[in-house]
Design a binder for this molecule. Structure first.
Ligand code: 13P
Ligand code: SF4
Length: 301
C-alpha cells in the first residue's frame, strides 16, 4: 500500500494534478487526497486551483461540476461506474415540462444532477447552501429538483416561497427510518443528533441539527459535546473519528453505505493518473449554460 501511495504521489506531481475527494470516500482514498470536502467546498476548490489536471474521487456529477467550473483543466473520474442514482432520476424533458407548467417559477437544481439538467436551470445549490439560495432567489415560485427530501426541508425553512418539488431521492438517506433515531435516542440520551438534509422530514424532525457533510465536521469539531449520532453515509463517520479521536460517533443504528461512493480505491486513482482515464468531456454549448447556473450559486454565498 505504501508503495502504491508513493507511486501515486509521484505521478500526481509529474502530471501537475490535484486529487479532490468527497467525505464519503474510503479511507485510503481520503488519505491520498489533496483536498477532502463536501460538494460545495470541492466545487469552490475546483474553480480556483491552478493545476492542469483534477482527479475527482467521488461520483460522476461531482467530476462534471469540476469540469464545468474549470473547463480548461483535464478532469478525470477514476471509476466510470461511480454514479449517483438520484442524479439520473429526472430527465430534461420532465424539467422542461415543469417549466412550461410554472412559467413564473425559477429553477433551483441540486448539484446531484446531470449536466443537461443544470443547463436548464437558473441556479444550482448544494446541501450546504440550498436554504440560502432559495431564500435569495428573485422569484416567489421555485421549481426544486431532483431531491424531494432536501426540497421539503428547504420549504420548511423558507415558508415565504412556493416550492414545486420533483420526486427524486437518495436511496441511502431515504431509507433511514424514524424508529432508528428513536432507538438511538434511548441508547445515547446524551448524544447530539446531526442529520443530512437528504433524509426524510420525519427523520430530520427527530434530529438536533441539519448540516451538509462538512457542516457536520465543523460543528462536531467545535462542539463541547462528546457523543454524536451521525445520520448520513458511513464515510463521513470514519473521517469524524480520525479527526476527533477524543469524541464518539455512531451511525443511525446500522452504517449507511453508498455503494457508488465506495467504488473508487487507491489503485483506481493510480490507474487514472497513469492512463489519463476517464476524462470528462462536455459539449461546449451545454457546458456554458450549466456554468451559468453553477457560477450563480457561487456568487449567492
Ligand atoms: P454533501 O455536499 O453534503 O457532502 O453531500 C453530497 C451527497 O452526495 C450527499 O449524499
Ligand atoms: Fe447520490 Fe445518495 Fe450516494 Fe450521495 S449518498 S452520491 S446522493 S446516492
Amino acid at each position: 500500500m505504501e508503495d502504491l501511495k508513493r507511486k501515486t504521489d509521484e505521478l500526481k506531481k509529474r502530471k501537475n494534478a490535484v486529487i479532490l475527494a468527497h467525505n464519503y470516500q474510503i479511507e485510503e482514498v481520503q488519505l491520498i487526497a489533496d483536498y477532502l470536502g463536501d460538494s460545495l467546498e470541492l466545487s469552490k476548490i475546483a474553480s480556483r486551483i491552478n493545476n492542469k489536471m483534477i482527479v475527482f474521487a467521488g461520483v460522476k456529477f461531482m467530476a462534471e461540476t469540476a469540469k464545468i467550473l474549470s473547463p480548461e483543466k483535464r478532469v478525470l473520474l477514476p471509476r466510470l461506474d461511480a454514479g449517483c442514482p438520484m442524479a439520473d432520476m429526472i430527465t430534461e424533458d420532465e424539467l422542461i415540462e415543469l417549466k412550461q407548467e410554472h412559467k413564473k417559477a425559477k429553477v433551483v437544481t441540486y448539484v446531484n444532477s446531470s449536466v443537461g439538467i443544470k443547463a436548464e436551470s437558473d441556479v444550482c445549490c448544494t446541501s450546504a447552501n440550498a436554504v440560502s439560495v432559495v431564500k435569495n432567489i428573485e422569484a416567489d415560485e421555485v421549481i426544486f429538483v431532483p431531491d424531494r427530501n432536501l426540497g421539503t426541508y428547504v420549504q420548511k425553512m423558507v415558508p415565504e416561497k412556493r416550492m414545486i418539488l420533483f420526486e427524486g431521492y437518495c436511496y441511502v438517506h431515504n431509507k433511514i427510518k424514524k424508529e432508528e433515531i428513536e432507538e438511538m435516542r434511548d441508547i445515547y440520551p446524551e448524544a447530539e443528533f446531526l442529520v443530512h438534509p437528504e433524509a426524510r422530514m420525519e427523520v430530520i424532525n427527530l434530529s438536533d441539527k441539519v448540516f451538509s457533510t462538512s457542516g457536520m465536521l465543523k460543528y462536531a469539531k467545535e462542539s463541547n459535546k462528546k457523543q454524536f449520532v451521525i445520520i448520513t453515509e458511513q464515510g463521513l463517520i470514519e473521517r469524524l473519528k480520525r479527526e476527533n479521536p477524543e469524541k464518539e460517533f455512531y451511525p443511525a443504528k446500522r452504517p449507511k453505505i453508498c455503494s457508488n461512493m465506495k467504488r473508487t480505491a487507491l489503485i483506481d486513482i493510480y490507474d487514472s493518473l497513469k492512463k489519463d482515464q476517464y476524462e470528462i468531456n462536455i459539449e461546449e454549448s451545454i457546458l456554458k449554460r450549466a456554468y451559468n447556473a453553477l457560477n450563480k450559486m457561487l456568487k449567492y454565498i
